[in-house]
Write a protein that binds this ligand. Structure first.
Ligand code: MG
Ligand code: MG
Length: 289
């Protein structure tokens, strides 16, 4: 739906405050989960940590059973745990982490009907320096995208900020294009799409202004770049969920849920609301009181 404002959910300030509560639950679930990452832990055990935090907070995990339809089971986890060449949507299970693995932890929760969605990439033991740079590039690209969001701007401002930052880096990294950020609110995935590359003619239909949906108060977005060490070409495994790189090289994924208020950007899934990073990027921090 890139380029159309149809279906874009505009939240009231009170609803955004509800989303902040969900966002904080997600932040704490991810922090608790990553604190348990070490050689010998299984992805199933890590998933249980996130589940406990979410349920204790009085929220519900939004990934569990995601996509379930008549007779077909949905996602079998509270988190997506994607290891090494797995880009996104890794299913928690028997896999035991080993020293040197790179792990992305993606988590969503719904509280009082409002969703939060966030992801981080962490390492098992000491990271390979090149992999640490890949993760840092992904995290920085996410923040550049977040920092580019402003009222009366467009979704494509975020996409362009992410892409131009990554394209300016050495070494070069792949940007996954098939999976994108999204609107979020009373459902986890809503219009509009938030691509990590600038939409080009012929690839995606452009809106009236050619720049996508306008950023207005009450819009909430998940900004989530996925970068690869090699080619961004990818495919889905036979489990119908796990997305892996075609060349087997590693990938990183970072994500935050954000909104833009009349006073600045508010990062709903960051413990500090994004204050520190936004400050370092010279962007007004705009929490609702
Ligand atoms: Mg996510
Ligand atoms: Mg998301």
């Amino acid at each position: 739906m890139f380029g159309s404002s149809r279906g874009v959910e505009i939240k009231t300030p009170d609803q955004l405050r509800q989303m902040r509560l969900a966002g904080l639950v997600v932040a704490r679930a991810i922090a608790a989960t990553t604190a348990e990452v070490r050689p010998g832990v299984s992805t199933r055990d890590l998933d249980a940590v996130a589940a406990e935090v979410i349920r204790t907070a009085g929220a519900e995990p939004s990934f569990l059973d995601y996509g379930a339809e008549d007779g077909v089971g949905g996602f079998a986890g509270v988190t997506c745990l994607s290891v090494n060449d797995e880009i996104v949507h890794g299913v928690p299970g028997d896999r035991v982490l080993v020293e040197g693995d790179v792990l992305s932890v993606d988590c969503g929760a719904v509280m009082n009907g409002w969703h939060g969605d966030s992801a981080v990439t962490v390492f098992v033991g000491e990271p390979d320096p090149a992999l640490a740079r890949l993760s840092e590039a992904t995290r920085a690209a996410m923040w550049r995208g977040i920092a580019a969001a402003r009222l009366d701007g467009h979704i494509s401002d975020i996409s362009t900020a992410v892409e131009s930052y990554v394209r300016g880096l050495t070494p070069t990294y792949g940007i996954v294009e098939e999976y994108v950020g999204h609107g979020i609110g009373s459902a986890m995935h809503q219009p509009p799409d938030v691509p990590n590359t600038t939409p080009r003619g012929g690839l995606r239909p452009l809106g009236r202004m050619g720049r996508g949906v306008r950023i207005v108060p009450g819009l909430a977005l998940a900004v989530e770049p996925m970068l690869t060490a090699g080619s961004p070409e990818n495919h889905v495994l036979d489990d119908d969920w796990t997305v892996v790189t075609d060349d087997g090289r590693p990938a990183c994924h970072w994500e935050h849920t954000i909104t833009v208020t009349p006073t600045g950007v508010w990062v709903l899934t960051a413990e500090d609301g994004g204050e520190e990073m936004l400050g370092s990027l010279g962007v007004p921090f705009g929490p609702l009181s």
